[in-house]
Design a protein around this ligand. Structure first.
Ligand SMILES: C[S@@+](CC[C@H](N)C(=O)[O-])C[C@H]1O[C@@H](n2cnc3c(N)ncnc32)[C@H](O)[C@@H]1O
Length: 242
């Protein structure tokens, strides 16, 4: 067995995403029934980036959110960071096709340890990525550190729909439809990780508490589409108090 094939591909890790990168965008559109792009638009609005602002998009993957930020703010620049070179390669192709290479740059890296100065960004985002980071508190502390005082930190993440009339339908979609569709379309049996990781992710209230413990002041918690996704909008605490 080669060293590469014996390497453990942890579900949700950069290596896992390397394997599904070519099919990732299509999977997203199908699994979310097309609403994922609407959620990203909502995240861009919540970021409230100033005109010539500099944004950081963590777990940027194939750069959907980084591209959306740049399109919504024609004077802004965006840096996207992700450990998966496979996802970044696809993202670079999309950035070139959108003629945004002068304003959107991608780099390989880990949200838990960022190579940026304190306060060097006007706003920081992470979409469908914090669930995959082993030490979420470390990533949130890094987001608080690299965002300037008064800048926004926006976390978009899937969540387990709990109550409401359509909650059972949304739960059925996540527990029964998503893993099967994901396995079928990605060819990766591990796509079951998605449903498992959503179920294991903290509730919006518990995640807000983790943000507060990690040096962020939570301004808004916005449930999206019957609670299938949730947007946490925060700012770094004054005095950097994690
Ligand atoms: C579900 S994708 C989300 C991609 C993109 N943000 C989007 O909106 O489609 C999750 C991403 O998290 C990345 N990831 C996994 N571990 C990470 C880490 N420690 N730091 C940053 N990103 C990570 C994966 O490589 C993958 O690209």
């Amino acid at each position: 067995m080669s060293a590469e094939s014996s390497m453990v591909v942890r579900d949700g890790s950069g290596a896992f995403f390397d394997r599904i990168a070519p099919r990732y965008d299509l999977l997203n559109r199908i699994i979310s029934l097309g609403v994922d792009q609407r959620w990203r638009r909502r995240a861009v609005r919540a970021l409230s980036l100033p005109g010539e602002g500099r944004a950081l998009d963590l777990a940027t993957g194939t750069a959907d959110l980084a591209i959306r930020i740049a399109r919504a703010h024609p004077e802004a620049s965006v840096v996207g960071v992700d450990p998966s070179s496979g996802m970044l390669d696809i993202g670079r192709g999309k950035i070139a096709a959108a003629a945004l290479a002068d304003r959107v740059t991608l780099a390989q890296g880990d949200a838990q340890a960022l190579p940026f100065e304190d306060g060097s960004f006007d706003g920081t985002t992470i979409a469908f990525g914090i669930r995959n980071v082993p030490d979420r508190g470390a990533a949130l502390r890094e987001m608080a550190r690299v965002t300037r005082p008064g800048g926004r930190v926006v976390v978009l993440e899937l969540s387990e729909p709990r109550g409401g009339l359509l909650g059972p339908l949304a739960r059925f979609h996540i527990h029964a439809v998503v893993p099967r569709l994901g396995a079928l379309l990605s060819g990766a049996r591990e796509y079951h990780y998605l449903q498992r990781s959503i179920a294991a992710f903290p509730s919006p209230a518990d995640f807000a508490a983790l943000c507060e413990e990690s040096g962020l002041e939570v301004r808004e918690v916005i449930p999206l589409t019957f609670g299938v996704a949730c947007l946490h909008v925060a700012e770094p605490k004054k005095g950097g108090g994690a």
